[in-house]
Design a protein around this ligand. Structure first.
Ligand code: BGC
Length: 434
C-alpha cells in the first residue's frame, strides 16, 4: 500500500481521536517510580525527567481547547495513581477535583473521554512494596479503582483498567527497559498473574458501580514473523512469542482463562472486556525472544517497521478470540522531522493505517492515534516525537503538525479522501532498515 489512494474511504462510523498517558504529559509529580528512575544518570536516553513533560497539569485548558479546535470527538486520557492516592489508603480530594475539571471541560467541548486507570506508573509506596510482583498489589489496585470510578462515574463511562500488561512486565523484568529493571522470569510471571487478576476483578467492580460502563484493557500486540521462515528456531520462537506475548494474555485478561503458568483465575471463565483495546505499532522479525526488524523495510525514527497490514491481522485475531468490537487504543510512530520540518512521514503513516482499517472487514470502531502533543517517551526521554502537535519543551509552545491538520480534515469530511491523502502525504518516504 502507499499514500496514493485511488478512491475515497468513508469513515462509516469509525471515531477518530488521540491517546495520551498521565506520566508522559502532566509534569510536576515526583511520587511515582518513573520520576525516581529518571534521577539516575543513564536511565533516560537524553537525561530528561517526567517532571517537565508537557506541563499539561497546568496547561490542560489550552490542550483541551486545541483538541476541540481540531474537532476530535473522542480522546483517551490517563490518570496518575500517585496523585490520586499519594499514600496508601489516603486519597487526595484536590487531585480528583482537578481531574474532574479537566474531564468536564472535555465533555463540554463534545469530546468523549476513555480513561486509563494504570499506564505503567506506580505510586512510590507501591513500588517500594515490590510493585506488581507482590500479591498485595491486587487489593491496593482495586481500592484505587473503587475510589476513582466512584468519584468520576458521573463524567466517565469508558475505562481502560491497565495499559499493556505484557509491555510493563517484559520491560521491567526481562529487557531492562523500565524500573525496577530486575531481570527475573519468576517476577515477570507474577506481575502478569497479578495484573490479570486485578483486571478481571476490576471489571466486575466497575460494572457493579456503573452497569453501563465499557471496560477493557489496552493490549499491545505485535505481528510476529520468523526472520528466516526456513529456520526451525525462528519458527518456534514465532509461535512461542505469539502465544506468550499476545494470545495467552488475550484469553487471561479477556476471558479469565488463565494459562497454567498464571495459576488460577479469581473468577469462573466469562468475558471481562466489553470491547478490546488494541495498541499496535509494528511487526517483529523473530530470531529469539527479543525484537528484530526485517532488513530493507520501511521504519520509523525508532527503527520500528511500518507495517499497516499487521494492525488488521492483530485486530482480527483479537476479535476472533473475544467476539467483541475492537478499539485501536494506540497506534503511531516516532517521526522527529528534521531542522525546519516538523515531520517527514507521519501523514503517510496515518493514511496507510487508516486505509487498512477502512478496507478491512474487522469491526474496528475507534482509532486513537498515539499521541496528541509530543510527550515524554519513557526511557527515550524527550527526543522521540510521536505527536500530531509539536511541543517545544523549553517554551511549552504547541504547534499543530501537518498530520494534525490532516486528521482534523479527515474527521470533518467523515472520509479519508484521495484529495486529503494527496495533499498531505504524497511523495513522503520512510527511512529504511539496514
Ligand atoms: C505505550 C506508550 C508509549 C508508546 C510509544 C506504548 O507501548 O503505551 O506509553 O509512549 O508505546 O512507545
Amino acid at each position: 500500500m502507499n499514500a496514493t489512494l485511488a478512491a475515497n474511504r468513508p469513515l462509516n462510523g469509525l471515531l477518530i481521536g488521540t491517546a495520551s498517558a498521565a506520566t508522559q504529559i502532566e509534569g510536576g509529580c515526583r511520587n511515582h517510580q518513573w520520576w525516581q528512575w529518571a534521577q539516575t544518570p543513564g536511565n533516560i536516553a537524553d537525561g530528561s525527567s517526567p517532571e517537565r513533560a508537557n506541563d499539561h497539569w497546568n496547561r490542560w485548558r489550552e490542550d483541551n481547547e486545541l483538541m476541540a479546535e481540531l474537532g476530535f470527538p473522542i480522546a483517551r486520557v490517563g490518570l496518575e495513581w500517585a496523585r490520586i492516592e499519594p499514600r496508601p489508603g489516603e486519597f487526595d480530594g484536590a487531585a480528583v477535583e482537578r481531574y474532574r475539571e479537566e474531564l468536564a471541560d472535555l465533555i463540554a467541548k463534545g469530546i468523549r473521554p476513555l480513561v486509563t486507570l494504570h499506564h505503567f506508573s506506580n505510586p512510590l509506596w507501591l513500588q517500594a512494596r515490590g510493585e506488581w510482583t507482590q500479591p498485595g498489589v491486587v487489593d491496593a489496585f482495586l481500592r484505587y479503582v473503587r475510589f476513582t470510578v466512584s468519584a468520576l462515574k458521573d463524567l466517565v463511562s469508558e475505562w481502560v483498567t491497565i495499559n499493556e500488561p505484557n509491555v510493563y512486565a517484559t520491560q521491567a523484568h526481562l529487557f531492562r527497559e523500565a524500573p525496577p529493571s530486575d531481570v527475573s522470569p519468576r517476577k515477570l510471571v507474577r506481575v502478569l498473574q497479578h495484573m490479570a487478576t486485578a483486571h478481571v476483578r476490576a471489571y466486575e467492580i466497575i460494572h457493579a458501580l456503573q452497569p453501563d460502563a465499557v471496560v477493557t484493557i489496552a493490549h499491545h500486540l505485535r505481528d510476529f514473523a520468523p526472520m528466516n521462515p526456513r529456520n526451525p528456531l525462528h519458527r518456534a520462537f514465532t509461535r512461542f512469542n505469539t502465544w506468550a506475548f499476545n494470545d495467552a494474555l488475550t484469553e487471561a485478561f479477556g476471558l479469565g482463562k488463565f494459562p497454567r503458568i498464571l495459576g488460577k483465575s479469581p473468577l469462573p471463565e466469562g468475558r471481562f472486556v466489553d470491547v478490546i483495546g488494541l495498541n499496535y505499532y509494528s511487526r517483529t522479525a523473530v530470531t529469539g525472544p527479543s525484537d528484530g526488524v526485517f532488513p530493507g523495510r520501511p521504519v520509523s525514527d525508532l527503527g520500528w517497521e511500518i507495517w499497516p497490514e499487521g494492525l488488521v491481522t492483530c485486530a482480527r485475531t483479537l476479535h476472533e478470540q473475544l467476539g467483541v468490537p475492537v478499539w485501536i487504543t494506540e497506534n503511531g510512530c516516532a517521526d522527529n522531522g528534521r531542522p525546519g520540518q516538523l515531520e517527514r512521514f507521519r501523514p503517510r503513516f496515518l493514511v496507510e493505517h487508516l486505509a487498512a482499517i477502512l478496507d478491512s472487514e474487522v469491526p474496528i470502531e475507534r482509532y486513537y492515534h498515539w499521541c496528541f502533543v509530543d510527550n515524554w517517551e519513557w526511557a527515550e526521554g524527550e527526543v522521540q516525537r510521536f505527536g500530531i502537535v509539536h511541543n517545544d519543551y523549553e517554551t511549552q509552545i504547541r504547534t499543530v503538525k501537518p498530520s494534525g491538520r490532516m486528521l482534523a480534515e479527515i474527521v470533518a469530511a467523515g472520509s479519508l479522501t484521495a484529495d486529503i491523502a494527496a495533499q498531505y502525504a504524497s511523495g513522503q518516504t520512510y527511512p529504511t532498515s539496514g
